[in-house]
Design a protein around this ligand. Sequence first.
Ligand SMILES: [Ca+2]
Ligand SMILES: [Ca+2]
Ligand SMILES: [Ca+2]
Length: 377
Amino acid sequence: MPSWLAGIVVLFVGAGGCFFTEVVNEAPVSGIRTLKDGPHFIGETLSFNATKTVDDVVSNLSCEWRAFTCQDSAGTNCTPIGEPEFYGITGEFEVLVESHETIKIQLQVTDELGATRLQPDIVTIDVNNRAPSIDLEVTGHKEPQTDLFVLYRAIDLVIAPGVGGGDDVTLDPDGDEVTFSWSYLAPPGSQESARSFDEVGEDGYRLVPDVSGQWTVTLTADDGHGGTDEITKTIPVGVDSPPCLQSLDPVADTSGFYLVESADGARSFSVLSVVDALDPFPMSPGADEVFGTSTFRWFLKEPGAASFTWIAGHVAESYAVDPLNYEPGDLLELRVEVQDRVQGAERELTCADDARACELNAGSQCFQRLTWGVQIQ
Ligand SMILES: [Ca+2]
Ligand SMILES: [Ca+2]
Ligand SMILES: [Ca+2]
């Protein structure tokens, strides 16, 4: 006789006298209650207690709880989590979910006489996956007037956590290792040899666009457990603004004449600085390789001449007027124009020849031409 069938001797007292009988001690009947409905996730503490537990004899019942992780929902190929735990009938058993594997909970209830069922109670708990949540930060130089990213200037794209993650924002709520893939779409006319899209560090890419228009970059994330997220950013790229002659020495007056004394020798007229997104002057220290520098064109209107003459080949930021080449009292005009790398008809100055100052965008106070009046003394 198995130990759990250990007899209980019960004394019956009847009318005919006393007799003894042996009553079989039944194993307790039990079940498992999961204290919180699913879905269940990594990081959650699962709680269980014994339920529907009855026994034929009022006696102390002992609950042996065991937890396993299993490779399938059927609860096979299981590995124990920790050691068995023992509680009384009212005790709660807790298990921390640490992986995507199915969790199997096993309960075996034993009465104080050692009776227990051959088959323990079992429940399996599937662990649900949560998808990663990503965003993409896009930073780069934008033209203030147009809010467009500037052609040829680097645009940095960095992976960021997506929204909706609460305070504890992570790319994957389960802590899964996320793999990323990047793709981009260039506007028509872009040339692979002229644009670049390169990985920077572990979590970003750098785009250098070669044409204006709408670029799109798509980032997908995969947590390896069926959870994915995707984000596409549209990146509007425009031609940068014309360069602005910012600081000249001496100041170029739009009406007066700067006096050059013959006794003082040659006098330099200089551009000290140009403001431009792509082609500032002087070139910024540490500027990346796509930066160029403004180019200058100089024109001279000799005393008595009807129009300006281009000083071919002179591209430096300054030009020297030597009074020894003139007579005292001569009036001449020296003109500088600045160009950035964006050439072509859209950047041709259309002001009248005698306009000392000229700007491509009227009223912008961003001048591409300034003129010094010079009087020889
Ligand atoms: Ca019993
Ligand atoms: Ca996940
Ligand atoms: Ca420019």
